[in-house]
Design a protein around this ligand. Structure first.
Ligand code: GLA
Length: 398
């Protein structure tokens, strides 16, 4: 099964049925998995994501110009089975309640600010990035929208500018103060490569990950813990406080020596700031080391770094959850002859997915074992798939 071809055909056929014509433009943008480097992007540190073979596809054709009323676009979401109208000109204020099309409207607002002038359109969108599973379904929707706006406006944005305006849409229209990782990789991913991104210089370095003997396995725990939504901003704030105590602009600038020097101050109260900073400082190192280990194909080192990252996210940064810890424990029991190289939680945390590097010839037995053991321990069926690094945003038809 080719997830892009099938989804594209489904989206085009839906467009034909809905609007009775052939779409002129078709675009796609992938979700992502982060191999390592978690909660480091907003600390100006390093991340190491790759695009996955799961996408948001949008098919579009010309819409009706609405006379003197502000120009509009119409988008039907196959996932939501709902149609929405978005504004294509004028000042566009975010709505109070976040809706699925808020991401689209926010991205369009950013494109208008950058001088794009999209004509009225009608569109159908479908996505096979699991929604809310920590694989950046929202970034793929934003980047697909920006790619559609570029194409129908016949003007290309600078890719960094494009990723940044998508991030801004997420901040302002979806109320999520995310870092830059998800939008960067969805916009700029390359087939067969993971992206080592220095979030300060914003210069990506593409690292080949094409060994046919290795698969990237994604396991959706199928849990999303009900949180107030304040955890992510809280983590950001703790990092800023820790950096301020150590007198550095961002945790990227701190070292373990500096952390020890300020240990007493950082450990005041519950010791939380010390642990948060300890995670970020060590995770930055692990991320750079992992990219190097991948180039050397030093799988032992890759595995140790992934497990160490999970440990740090579990105990220092406290963004894991019992279900994902169980998945990582299962992975740990399958290292060596079992076929697992390494495993960790991926994305923002509190549920979602784990990412594991697995020997391709052992994939099926690893998958079976994950399914059985996880079900035995939690009563939940996980959803598992293997992927290779995919291409970032693309225009399929124009
Ligand atoms: C979410 C955010 C990213 C990043 C990760 C944690 O996915 O969107 O910017 O901060 O969490 O690494």
């Amino acid at each position: 099964m080719n997830y892009l071809t099938d989804l594209t055909e489904e989206t085009i056929s839906d467009f034909r049925k809905r609007y009775g014509s052939e779409p002129e433009t078709v675009v796609a943008a992938p979700g992502r998995v982060n191999l390592i480097g978690e909660h480091t992007d907003y600390n100006d540190g390093f991340v190491f994501p790759m695009a996955i073979e799961r996408y948001t596809v949008i098919a579009a054709g010309p819409g009706k110009e609405s006379g003197s009323a502000p120009r509009r676009g119409i988008v039907y979401s196959g996932n939501m089975n709902e149609e929405a109208e978005v504004l294509l000109e004028g000042a566009i204020a975010p709505e109070k309640e976040v809706k699925w099309y808020s991401y689209i409207q926010g991205t369009i607002a950013g494109c208008l600010e950058k001088g794009l002038n999209p004509p009225a359109f009608q569109a159908v969108l479908h996505s096979n990035v699991p929604l809310g599973g920590g694989l950046s379904s929202s970034a793929s929707l934003e980047v697909a929208t920006a790619t559609l706006m570029e194409t129908i406006s016949k003007k290309k944005l600078d890719p960094v500018e494009k990723a940044l305006l998508c991030q801004k849409a997420e901040h302002e229209y979806a109320g999520m103060p995310c870092g830059i990782m998800d939008q960067f990789i969805s916009a700029m991913g390359e087939k067969g490569k993971a992206m080592l991104l220095d979030c300060r210089s914003r210069v990506p370095k593409m690292i080949p990950l094409e060994n046919p003997e290795i698969l990237i396995m994604i396991t959706n725990s199928n849990v999303k813990h009900k949180l107030t939504g304040s955890e992510y901003p809280e983590r950001r704030r703790s990092c800023e406080q820790a950096a301020a105590i150590m007198g550095v602009a961002k945790l990227r600038d701190a070292s373990l020596d500096l952390l020890e020097k300020y240990r007493a101050d950082l450990q005041k109260g519950d010791g939380l700031l010390y642990r948060r900073a300890h995670h970020v400082i060590t995770e930055d190192d692990r991320t750079v080391n992992m990219a190097e280990a991948l180039v050397r194909e030093d799988w032992d080192a890759v595995g140790s770094l992934m497990f160490a990252s999970h440990h740090s996210l579990q105990y220092d940064f406290e963004v894991s959850c019992p279900e994902i810890d169980i998945l990582v424990d299962i992975a740990r029991s399958l290292t060596g002859a079992g076929g697992v190289i390494g495993s960790r939680i991926t994305g923002g945390g509190f549920g979602g997915c784990s990412v594991s590097l697995v020997r391709a010839d052992k994939f099926e037995s690893v998958q079976r074992c994950f399914e059985e053991e996880y079900y035995k321990k939690t009563g939940i069926k996980p959803t598992i798939f293997a992927t290779r690094p995919a291409q970032g945003a693309a225009v399929i038809r124009s």
